[in-house]
Design a protein. Structure first.
Length: 306
């Protein structure tokens, strides 16, 4: 998820996407002398609290000092001379001298909004251990980045198991409304990037976005010998030096998926050693399985007479 934060210095307006921090605050108005007013605004304080519609207000600043207009709780902003803590959000800083206001700025607001964005929601990397109760719920464990293999070029994993090996139940958001005949989308060792939110009964739940080990893109494999059985032995991406995989196929007219009864040396198109085939990887009842994107047809012998 990305965030866009924009500050317009001419109007003092802050805008952002999604709703994090102060979404609209047109700034403090000098009402004469040490008096100020401020308009209504919208404030996002934390994932638990959500957005607050802030009330308009007014106040009188202390003279010959720096005043702070902050939010700490409730529906309004508070004016005082104490700097805000990390748990509070600064809306404006007002400087006074000799019974008058000398400066009003909302620039610091950007820093506070970024602080809320970085600390308000924690995202964690999970590895799928197993399906939980179905319908998009998975038993997962925390995963970390592996500093040792970060720059490794030997094909080693960049991830390592976290010291906390307790099981967590995580909802895959791609399966939040599954079909009645449920088939899981993920299998063991897939990844989910997840955060914790409260449900409508205030129970803490982990929800996340999945990342399959192979993705859904079509790749090229090369036949490891001319196939004679019901599937294809192949090398992934590189002829003879790629990773060895077994590729399942579909033969038209058999009613089987994948094919389990027809030998491919009796099908068309015929394949030879080193021939390229389009393949993709998907999760099904067999786990992560490689499938050929090309459909085969059983060859029929023709008896011809002259």
């Amino acid at each position: 998820m990305g965030y866009k934060l924009h500050y317009n210095p001419s109007t003092g307006t802050i805008s952002y996407w999604p709703k994090l921090g102060v979404s609209s605050f047109t700034g403090v108005v000098d009402a004469g002398g040490l008096d100020i007013t401020w308009p209504a605004s919208k404030l996002y304080t934390s994932p638990a609290t959500g957005r607050i519609d802030m009330d308009a207000g007014s106040g009188t600043c202390a003279d010959n000092t720096t005043n702070y207009l902050i939010w700490s709780s409730g529906m309004g902003l508070a004016l005082g001379t104490t700097e805000p803590s990390d748990a509070e959000i600064l809306a404006s800083t007002i400087t006074t001298s000799g019974g008058d206001i000398t400066d009003i700025t909302a620039a610091e607001l950007i820093v506070r909004v970024l602080h809320i964005m970085s600390t308000g929601t924690e995202w964690k990397l999970f590895r799928v251990v197993s399906e939980a109760t179905g319908d998009g719920l998975y038993i997962c464990r925390f995963y970390n980045l592996d500093a040792t293999d970060w720059a490794n070029e030997a094909g080693n994993s960049k991830l390592v198991a976290d010291a906390d090996d307790s099981n967590k139940t995580v909802l895959n958001l791609a399966e939040f409304n599954p079909e009645s005949e449920y088939v899981q989308h993920l299998s063991a060792s897939d990844l989910i990037f997840a955060t914790q939110v409260a449900d409508d009964e205030d129970n803490d739940r982990w929800i996340g976005v999945p990342f399959g080990r192979y993705g859904d893109r079509t790749r090229t494999a090369f036949c490891n010998g001319a196939p004679t059985g019901t599937s294809i032995a192949a090398f992934l991406d590189k002829d003879t030096t790629g990773t060895s995989i077994n590729v399942k196929v579909f033969v038209a007219g058999t009613g089987e998926f994948p094919n389990s009864s027809v030998n491919l040396n009796t099908c068309i198109p015929p394949l030879q050693d080193g021939d390229p085939i389009p393949v993709h990887n998907q999760c099904d009842e067999y786990g992560h399985t490689w499938y050929c994107d090309q459909i085969f047809t059983k060859r029929k012998d023709c008896i011809c007479s002259v």
